[in-house]
Design a protein around this ligand. Sequence first.
Ligand SMILES: Cc1cc2nc3c(=O)[nH]c(=O)nc-3n(C[C@H](O)[C@H](O)[C@H](O)COP(=O)(O)OP(=O)(O)OC[C@H]3O[C@@H](n4cnc5c(N)ncnc54)[C@H](O)[C@@H]3O)c2cc1C
Ligand code: FES
Ligand code: FES
Length: 497
Amino acid sequence: MDFSDSHGIKGVHMRDYCLIYLNGLRKEVRGPETLLMLGDWLRKEAGLTGTKIVCAEGDCGACTVLRAFPKFKESPLVFEAMNSCIATVAQMDGSHLVTVEGIQRGNELSPVQKAMRECHGSQCGFCTPGFIMALSGAFEKHKQLSAKTAQNYLTGNLCRCTGYQPIIDAALATQTSSSHSLSQRYLKPDFTADLISAQTKSLLITTQTHTFFAPASLSEAVAFTNENPGFRVLGAATDFGVQTNKGKPIPKALLSLHLIPDLYEIQETPGCITVGARVPLAELRRAVSSTNPEFSKFLDLFASPQIKNVATLVGNIANASPIGDTLPFLLISDGQVHVASQGPKNGTIEKRLIPLTELYLGYKSLSLKPNEIITHVSFRPHLKNEIVRLYKSSQRKDLDISTVSGAFSLVTTQDKGIIKVQEARIALGGVAATPIRVPAAELALKQQIMTPQLFQDVAQLLANSVKPQSDLRGSQQYRKVLVKNLFKKFGDEVLRG
Ligand SMILES: Cc1cc2nc3c(=O)[nH]c(=O)nc-3n(C[C@H](O)[C@H](O)[C@H](O)COP(=O)(O)OP(=O)(O)OC[C@H]3O[C@@H](n4cnc5c(N)ncnc54)[C@H](O)[C@@H]3O)c2cc1C
Ligand code: FES
Ligand code: FES
């Protein structure tokens, strides 16, 4: 029997290897190696030990590599930084990767390496390859960096020794020219054509213990989910990778949607933005900067560039964490997920929509059927007369998860200088087992004239309405105070105009 028969994906034209270009060299990776984390594979199998693994949780950036992934389109390809410690090799299928070994030419250091040496940007050196790769990624997009831009590109990199200033100095001192462009050096049209051609064929890796399937179409994906109970979908694995590195067993059947072209699209129709399951957050941020500017800006506070260059909105939703940062926004913006499963006949697809308000059943529990996957998420753009603010309270501004988060929206009318609330929406994260809307507080704002007292009263009402759990990030009482203060802050900002 053809092996694919037993996975419900009979007769599909398959590859049994991941195709990767690594520093310009073509690699076909097969078998159990493909399920290693990329960083481990680079060091142990590819012999590229310049990439360092320190935290193995996406927090320190020491493992940063650059990745270019041609997404089926002619759009300009560019290398972007990602953490190699929390993504499997299999997920890199179809990508061109550059590691720290790939940036110098012979014995000549790259401009970033030279500047780091001259500015004393390295002491113990363990973090250095990661900083160099994060900055190399930044210089693929900018000719020069300001201190602020350099800091933004480096929020995902930690250094215990230098105090950071010498590294920023190095970023400012770096002199590049187009001859140093890694895209020009590595993204040769024939390499890219080879990757794009491979992407049209589904990928099935089977080991003695695991199956990794990356279908080239949605109908193959839903057939697989039907035949492989207990399967797990992999997005970018920024959460999955951390869990795996902490010792959680890898599920036997893994489904990656990275070869399905439609899932990389962001569609805008009147009143609705629809985002495919494979759209990275960094791309989403750019795409919604005019339709949902507050959300776009808020994504600056989400993780690091290395995470956002790969992590998906759908992964954040399906992760079902009560402190998932995008969820309060989606709850006030008519968010809904599009799910797909196999229809009554082989090759058919059944689709349905689930409003976000009905998606979460309890802590980390979703109202998805066992064979359903999320293909898209949609939400509405901000309205013209809508005031939207998104807040996140965390112990550290950058690269930290929320203790409490809030999304507040007011639709207002103005008559003779008096501003009245027509409609209010309030969603909170980190105060219950799931992210929640607070209807009592929304009702208390409706048809009211906006005054400082109104915001004070509703802030108190909000704090009284929630019963957060106490945990390491904050006690119940502390979280209640945060909720109250976030809403008071919102009121101050709104009343100041
Ligand atoms: C260093 C670091 C910082 C982080 N910072 C933040 C932060 O600031 N705010 C925040 O909210 N989160 C943060 N996260 C958590 C995580 O990165 C995000 O939740 C991210 O959006 C997950 O996306 P992903 O594509 O990597 O999902 P994955 O890890 O691939 O998947 C997450 C879950 O969703 C499921 N899933 C994925 N796609 C689908 C699908 N199509 N259908 C059904 N199920 C699916 C997976 O099976 C898995 O259970 C951080 C993580 C790390 C490692
Ligand atoms: S080793 Fe720390 S982010 Fe990968
Ligand atoms: S130089 Fe030692 S950790 Fe950065």
